[in-house]
Design a protein around this ligand. Structure first.
Ligand code: FAD
Length: 456
């Protein structure tokens, strides 16, 4: 039986371990902290169900497969229909952002000038040059107003990032490919085929007890294979082509291992094998984000929470990136008569705000929500979670890292990267990458097995 070590028990490492166990590999998953799950964490405080990282998941084929394999279907909680409405702050007021192209070109969200520019998109002949940022890409194809009013706030919502710095090819490969393959985003989105997942599965969802249900179930199914409080300190190739993994508890030999840690830890692990890639990984920027949770009496909110929440463009010059209206999106997230609101502060845009004290952050968020949502009284419940390094930014120059990882994996047989700094940051991407990694490992070792038996 081949032995595979997985380093890091976030969603990426847990899914890879789960799949390899089912493919009859001997699996050991080392996790530095005291709990499995990585940054996915749901906590229950005073009858509020609070998500410290991922709040909602988007349907994808692999995620649906995984939920089936874990028998978690009955725990899935669909987002309320209202979640489809997404608001963006415009001149201090919340405006619903049209999600369909037809509505973008007809409604009053954009100026008539921007709407005309939008209709011209299929006729923009240029193609993305090397190293183009997300802002440059949208401006070239759709015009400046779309960048400022729609792309900028959405990028703050997904990456807590800055569209001027993110690489379009690395951060939004699908958009890059639509232009490359169809010459237009509008034409491409109508003609291209996306991977289809089960039609009856909700598009946006969580679980009754929160997103951590997924990582808990994975951890439960792996049982003793997970070693928590176990930090991998060093990896080294042995003379017979295997891998020695040194932890704070000793040394073990494996046929292969998967690095599922954040980039900084990955950089440390491969430092003795590839100095250049290690330097590149160390440089990946993770902006700080503070998440501020408010429980507010419904009667103290002046507006109807009829959507997913709102996002704030940089041009509005506010101190928050946006707010999710959790209890409006999912049932049972707050006590009766109360709403749970999660507000994001910091990110690449306002990284310096992360240095404020808890009380200062509560005051900043209260002031902003008072003006935007017409809060009429202070929240009855306040809580805060800080991420010193939140989400890896696929910034300009990222392709060098991506290529470096590919070359490294080819050169060092038996090492694989499967983490959110490589091939996508969402939970759906992480799950897809774990399937891909487990399949690759299976393929490599079954080839080796076949070669061996033909020789014998
Ligand atoms: C604030 C926030 C909000 C988000 N919202 C969403 C959302 O709504 N929807 C969505 O799809 N995604 C969201 N994401 C993204 C998603 O949650 C993450 O990208 C994903 O969970 C990352 O999983 P991972 O396994 O790659 O890494 P991680 O979860 O970071 O796990 C890495 C693990 O490696 C361990 N480790 C590190 N070094 C070592 C070592 N030397 N030895 C052993 N173990 C080690 C760490 O302790 C950790 O447990 C959000 C992320 C954040 C931070």
């Amino acid at each position: 039986m081949k032995k595979v070590c997985i380093i890091g028990s976030g969603i990426s490492g847990l899914v890879a371990a789960f799949l390899l166990k089912n493919k009859d590999f001997e699996v050991a998953l080392f996790e530095k902290s005291e709990r499995a799950g990585g940054n996915i964490q749901t906590v229950k405080i005073d009858d509020y169900t609070i998500e410290y990282a991922a709040n909602s998941l988007l349907k994808s084929p692999r995620l649906v497969d995984l939920i089936g394999a874990l028998h978690l279907e009955s725990e899935v909680l669909a987002a309320n229909a209202a979640n489809k409405k997404r608001y963006v702050l415009q001149n201090g007021k919340l405006k619903s952002l049209p999600m369909a192209l037809a509505k973008m070109a007809t409604g009053d969200f954009f100026s008539w000038r921007a709407k005309l520019r939008l209709l011209k998109e299929p006729f923009v002949k240029s193609k993305s040059p090397e190293n183009e940022s997300v802002a440059e890409f949208f401006e070239r194809r759709l015009g400046r107003e779309i960048v400022e009013r729609a792309a900028d706030p959405f990028i703050a919502g997904i990456y807590a990032g800055n569209p001027e710095n993110l690489s379009v090819k690395a951060a939004f490969p699908r958009l890059y490919e639509l232009e490359r393959d169809y010459g237009s985003l509008l034409v491409g989105s109508l003609r291209s085929k996306t991977e289809k997942a089960d039609k009856n599965f909700p598009r946006t969802f969580s679980f009754r007890s929160g997103v951590q249900t997924l990582t808990n179930k994975l951890a439960e199914s792996l049982g003793e294979m997970i070693k928590t409080n176990t930090e991998v300190l060093k990896i080294k190739k042995t003379s017979d082509g295997k891998w020695l993994v040194k932890t704070n508890f000793g040394e073990n030999i494996f046929d292969a291992f998967i690095i599922s840690t954040p980039a900084e830890a990955a950089a440390k692990l491969i430092g003795g094998i590839d100095v250049d890639l290690s330097e590149q990984l160390r440089k990946i920027y993770y902006p700080p984000v503070a998440m501020v949770f408010f429980g507010v009496k419904k009667e103290n909110i002046g507006r109807n929470l009829d959507g997913f929440g709102f996002l704030v463009p940089s041009s509005e010059r506010r101190n928050i990136l946006g707010t999710i209206w959790n209890s409006a999106v999912f049932a049972n997230r707050a006590p009766a008569d109360y709403e749970l609101l999660t507000t994001f502060v910091g990110g690449s845009r306002n990284a310096e705000l992360f240095g404020k004290s808890d009380d200062e952050l509560f005051a900043i968020v209260y002031k902003e929500l008072k003006s935007i949502l017409d809060l009429r009284a202070k929240p009855d419940f306040m809580h805060l979670k800080r991420w010193r390094k939140a989400i890896p930014q696929y910034n300009l120059g990222y392709e060098r890292i991506e290529n470096g990882i590919k070359v490294f994996e080819n050169k060092n047989k038996g090492i694989f990267f499967c983490s959110n700094f490589y091939r996508g940051i969402s939970v759906g991407d992480s799950v897809k990458n774990a399937y891909r990694t487990a399949d690759e490992i299976e393929k490599i070792f079954s080839h080796e097995q076949t070669r061996k038996s033909t020789k014998e």
